[in-house]
Ligand binder design. Structure first.
Ligand code: ADP
Ligand code: ADP
Length: 233
């Protein structure tokens, strides 16, 4: 089933000459699919991610998440939808430096009525899931880049989001660590998570099941990845 869909979205920025950041793009994400977005700088990748992440709305067209129209919502309802339905993973991890790994993971749980002990237990489960069961009380500064990104991934999963959005998740990691993070994404994909990831790196994109190519704000091609990397060993 389709869980997230953008239909004929247009987004134009007006700073002097209008810039058509997205010029009629339709993209549906099936439940459990793993999609990579590639394209040159300025092709509209960030703009598309912002729409799927409920951070922005299109000037024309619609975005639906789990059957709900994002475009029709007020700003505060959209923020709530974002908090409960979208898990974000960033290039620079964006962890809170003064909080422990477990505390970082519990942060998004403010959107739910959960008592503290249950939050802590859930954070433990999530950190165990990403291989950091022995790092619950470490500060981000005590963790490697790859470990920090694992904490960020655990945090992104805190509310069982409909969609996991990752913006250059390996951009700050060396090749080997980046490949390990992609192995984790493949595992999450095998668990049935729906993942949308932006990357500049072809080798990273090939871990997804398909690669969407953006050019000048339009969808140029959807490439099916035959036997994606992890699947073929
Ligand atoms: P990408 O992520 O592929 O580099 P973006 O979505 O960031 O592309 O940008 C697409 C186009 O829209 C670019 O020409 C960019 O300069 C422009 N753009 C993006 N965000 C803004 C903004 N907030 N204000 C004005 N122009 C923007
Ligand atoms: P990326 O590394 O994803 O290509 P960009 O440099 O295109 O990132 O954009 C980074 C951020 O700046 C995005 O949130 C985008 O919306 C914003 N942005 C991009 N171009 C412009 C612009 N011309 N004016 C204002 N904001 C912009």
């Amino acid at each position: 089933a389709t869980v997230v869909a953008a239909t004929d979205v247009r987004r134009t920025y007006h700073l002097g000459e209008p810039v058509h950041a997205l010029d009629g793009v339709s993209l549906s994400l099936e439940e459990g699919s793993f999609t990579a977005v590639m394209g040159p700088s300025g092709s509209g990748k960030s703009t598309l991610m912002n729409l799927f992440g409920c951070l922005d709305t299109p000037d024309e067209g619609t975005v639906e998440i789990d059957g709900r129209s994002v475009t029709a919502l007020s700003g505060s309802d959209r923020a709530r939808l974002r908090g409960t339905e979208i898990g974000f993973v960033f290039q620079t991890f964006n962890l809170m430096p003064r909080l422990t790994a477990a505390e970082n993971v519990t942060m998004p749980m403010v959107f739910h009525d959960v008592v503290d002990e249950d939050r802590r237990a859930r954070a433990r489960t999530l950190l165990e899931r990403v291989g950091l069961g022995d790092r619950l009380d470490h500060a981000p500064s005590e963790l490697s880049g790859g470990q920090r990104q694992r904490v960020a991934i655990a945090r992104a999963l805190a509310n069982e989001p409909t969609l996991l959005l990752a913006d250059e998740p390996t951009g700050n990691l060396d090749t080997e660590t980046g490949a390990e993070i992609m192995d984790l994404f493949r595992e999450l994909h095998d668990d049935g998570r729906t993942i949308l990831m932006v990357t500049h790196e072809r080798a990273i994109a090939e871990h997804a099941d398909r690669i969407v190519h953006l050019v000048d704000g339009t969808l140029d091609e959807i490439e099916e990845v035959r036997g994606s990397k992890a699947a073929s060993g």
